[in-house]
Design a protein around this ligand. Structure first.
Ligand code: ADP
Ligand code: MG
Length: 335
């Protein structure tokens, strides 16, 4: 008997669940299969469907006692983020809900949060499944149908010499989880605390930026499991490399100003480079599109950081001081 625990999350997927895409016969209608943020299926009339699914489990992906509104809001956002990574807006979703109990107040708040996110990002709930379970588990599938069959951003299409950009204030979400676990909540008088809590519990997706990026970027991924780990997916799948140092990401004002006891500089750097749950975008672009992307960021009020240019290779190279500080922690994996 083999021990699954010895397999990493990505090895496990590759070993047991990649057959569909690897078989040429079954892949005729699969334009993009396992291994990207979403799959792309060719539709018979010439368009395409872009589909992704994510599960959020209590005390694995979010604290079980987080506000129900936030749990509902976040469940939609974490799934929708994968379609933004493809440069498309999510259109429809299904919701599979496994509940340990039926508490009406909790369900009221959960559904208000879920629908709030649906409204913000233009997604319609079209079905789902509801079951009893010992653990609260929420699965959201998101999908988009488009007339074109060749229009999406993949992880595997960056080229050497492209610029690498990242949106948002990475690390605020990981800080938000830490301050939540330390007992803070949205009623806190410190606005820096409230901002990082929001970044974790109710993140804002860069929807308009993602749609504009569609025609300007060469590759894209969303940051859900940690900046370095997710950047490495682009590097490995596109066969490019990038140099990173502690200065590659500047901490936001909120990160620099949360309470002293929590903001040791090493901790802030770890939150930025390997903390998860940011739901922002890492993308690459040809040098000639850089200024158009800067204009797009300004027009959509999206914070944007340029990391540098891609080189030949297949991974992110960390400076000695960054390597020292992070050790092997470059992102979240389930196993
Ligand atoms: P993301 O973080 O963008 O949601 P994941 O890291 O969860 O992506 O998954 C990586 C890739 O593996 C994705 O293309 C996903 O669809 C695929 N995948 C994950 N689990 C399975 C599975 N059990 N069967 C088939 N494909 C899977
Ligand atoms: Mg993703």
């Amino acid at each position: 008997m083999k021990f699954l625990a010895k397999l990493g999350e990505f090895d496990l997927i590759h070993q047991f669940f990649s057959h569909t895409t690897l078989s040429p016969k079954s892949s005729e209608n699969i334009l993009l299969g396992i291994g990207d943020d979403a799959a792309v299926i060719a539709l018979s009339h010439g368009g395409s469907a872009i589909i992704s699914v994510d599960t959020s489990i209590a005390d694995v992906h979010f604290p079980a006692h987080a506000p129900a509104f936030s749990i509902g809001y976040r469940a939609l956002v974490v799934s929708a983020s994968d379609l933004l990574a493809m440069g498309v807006a999510p259109q429809f979703c299904t919701l599979a809900l496994s509940l340990p109990k039926t508490d009406e107040n909790w369900l009221q708040d959960f559904s208000a949060g879920f629908y709030k996110a649906c409204e913000l990002y233009g997604v319609k709930l079209i079905g789902g499944d509801t079951t009893a379970s010992s653990i609260l588990s929420i699965t959201v599938q998101v999908m988009t149908f488009q007339d074109k069959s060749d229009a999406w951003l993949a992880r595997s299409t960056a080229q050497v010499g492209d610029w690498i950009g990242v949106t948002g204030h990475l690390g605020e979400a990981a800080a938000g989880l830490a301050v939540w676990q330390a007992g803070h909540n949205f009623q806190d008088a410190d606005q820096n605390i409230v901002q990082v809590l929001k970044a974790y519990l109710e993140p804002i997706l860069p929807l308009k930026f993602a749609i504009g990026l569609h025609d300007l970027a060469s590759a894209c991924i969303d940051v859900s499991d940690g900046f370095i780990q997710d950047l490495n997916h682009i590097c490995q799948q596109s066969q490019v490399a990038v140099e990173l140092s502690i200065d590659s990401l500047k901490p936001s004002a909120a990160l620099q100003n949360i309470p002293h006891s929590m903001r040791h500089p090493d901790k802030i750097t770890r939150w930025q480079f390997s903390g998860g749950d940011d739901y922002q975008l890492i993308f690459t672009c040809k040098p000639e599109n850089k200024s158009a992307i800067e204009n797009l960021a300004q027009a959509t009020h999206t914070p944007l950081t340029w990391i540098g240019k891609t080189q030949s290779g297949n991974c992110a190279h960390l400076s000695a001081s960054l390597q020292n500080l992070l050790q092997d922690q470059t992102g979240f994996q389930h196993f």
